[in-house]
Write a protein that binds this ligand. Structure first.
Ligand SMILES: [Zn+2]
Length: 445
């Protein structure tokens, strides 16, 4: 639905703007932007659920406000909390069905961590309203060296300085925002890549490299560490990275899948909302998960999970530059659905306050991506990426699941509509799902 002029009335507004956290007020939305955040006196009588702005008994309003009000639709939000749309900071948005899963969970933007031509097309289509899905901010492909520690045939191998130049051309050429690297690139080439990325103002992120001093990476502008498992083991080095201002995206839930599925007997079919996924996705996950389980059992890998968590906690002792990311659609990580779980884990496992966990899904990624002037807070002039919740997430972070409306710029949907989209997406057959491919045409599925 197109927003036009909207008033979200009598809402508790969680602006994420660090001031007073909640206020009873009205949010005016015009043409996809937040026009005004008004604090109002608490009204006792509930207005019509959805209706036209009523003027009877209100003082005469002149000027632009009158024009706005004359055309505004009112949505009564008494008892609801309005907050910025969520940003999932680590996804692989490779399959078209995922878009509706994100939106139905209030995820209005994503940070995509492996980008090819198709992502640039989807990004532009979403921005222009041609495609329904979260706004897409992407890195380029994953660049790795020969003899990769994590073999993945969709990664691009860097062997020469010319490969570095091509990586920069491709990543920048499609308007991607980060150079993503894996750990196996030769140190000399890595140095060259870092210096060229600095010249080109292309920040680097990813799994860092264990072949080089992490402090050098931080000094030379490595901006974000993906996954707690990528942090170095030395607490002093962790503190150094944190104090350098490096960002950190723990992706805790996906890290837990390893002990859970391999050793603790958890099964995919036990996941909440598992049946909502398209059957071809479930089949693929089950096959993939079986391979993962067999491999780890054969190698008898028992990761010391607590040690990994301790590294993340050590980082957070020195920095609040943390972002909530899920790594969906890794088997077991359902797009959108996994986001509240990740936030719950940030609170439970990393001992973050609920407010800070919410920052990790709004203000922080907006700052990291470079869109803090448009997204992540509820402020006049910012994009109307807003979710309306039937409960206060500050009281219980799980209330983030109680979606009533999702606004994304000029569009908005009720929960009923979003659930309808999600059900439709879940019924898609393999051949109906669009899948992004690598430059060689390998599907990212
Ligand atoms: Zn990932």
């Amino acid at each position: 639905m197109n927003t036009g002029n909207i008033i979200l009335k009598n809402a508790d507004i969680l602006t994420m703007n660090d001031g007073p956290v909640l206020k009873y007020g009205d949010l005016w939305i015009a043409d996809g932007k937040i026009l005004r955040v008004k604090e109002t006196a608490k009204e006792t009588s509930a207005n019509e659920k959805i209706g036209r702005a009523a003027f009877a008994g209100t003082p005469v309003i002149e000027g632009p406000d009158r024009v706005f009000l004359a055309d505004a639709q009112v949505i009564d939000c008494t008892g609801c909390v309005v907050m910025p749309g969520l940003i999932d900071s680590h996804v692989h948005y490779d399959e078209s069905y995922m878009g509706d899963f994100f939106l139905a969970s209030g995820v209005t933007s994503v940070r995509n961590m492996r980008g090819f031509d198709g992502h640039a097309v989807w990004r532009d289509e979403i921005l222009s309203g041609k495609r329904r899905g979260p706004y897409l901010y992407s890195s380029g492909p994953v660049y790795d060296g020969e003899d990769p520690t994590i073999p993945d045939n969709t990664n691009v191998i860097i062997r020469t300085e010319e490969d570095v130049e091509e990586a920069i051309r491709y990543t920048k050429g499609l308007g991607f925002l980060w150079m993503k690297t894996y750990p196996s690139i030769e140190p000399a080439l890595y140095q060259y890549l870092m210096s060229r990325c600095r010249e080109e103002k292309l920040p680097m992120c990813g799994h860092m490299t264990k072949r080089m001093d992490h402090k050098i990476l931080a000094d030379q502008g490595y901006v974000c560490c993906e996954h707690t498992s990528s942090l170095p083991s030395d607490p002093e080095v962790i503190a150094y990275l944190a104090e350098c201002g490096m960002w950190f995206c723990p992706t805790h839930v996906v890290c837990e899948t390893l002990p859970d599925y391999v050793w603790n007997g958890k099964q995919l079919k036990d996941l909440p909302h598992y049946e909502d996924l398209p059957s071809c996705v479930r089949e693929k996950w089950e096959a993939e998960n079986e391979v993962i389980i067999q491999n780890y059992r054969k190698l008898n890998v028992h990761p010391d999970f607590q040690t990994i968590i301790d590294r993340g906690t050590a980082f957070l002792k020195h920095s609040d530059r943390v972002m909530a990311g899920t790594d969906c659609p890794y088997p077991g990580i359902i797009p959108g659905i996994a986001m509240p779980e990740e936030l719950e884990k940030l609170v439970k496992v990393y001992d973050m306050t609920v407010y800070d966990a919410l920052r990790a899904a709004t203000v922080n990624p907006a700052e990291h991506i470079g869109i803090a002037g448009e997204k992540g807070r509820i402020l006049q002039g910012m994009d109307a990426d807003v979710i309306v919740l039937d409960g206060n997430p500050l009281e219980a972070i799980g209330n983030i699941r109680k979606i009533r409306f999702v606004f994304q710029g000029k569009q908005y949907w009720s929960n009923e509509m979003l659930q309808g989209f999600l059900k439709e997406a879940g019924r898609l057959k393999q051949e109906e799902i669009e899948i992004i491919t690598t430059r060689e045409g390998k599907p990212l599925f």
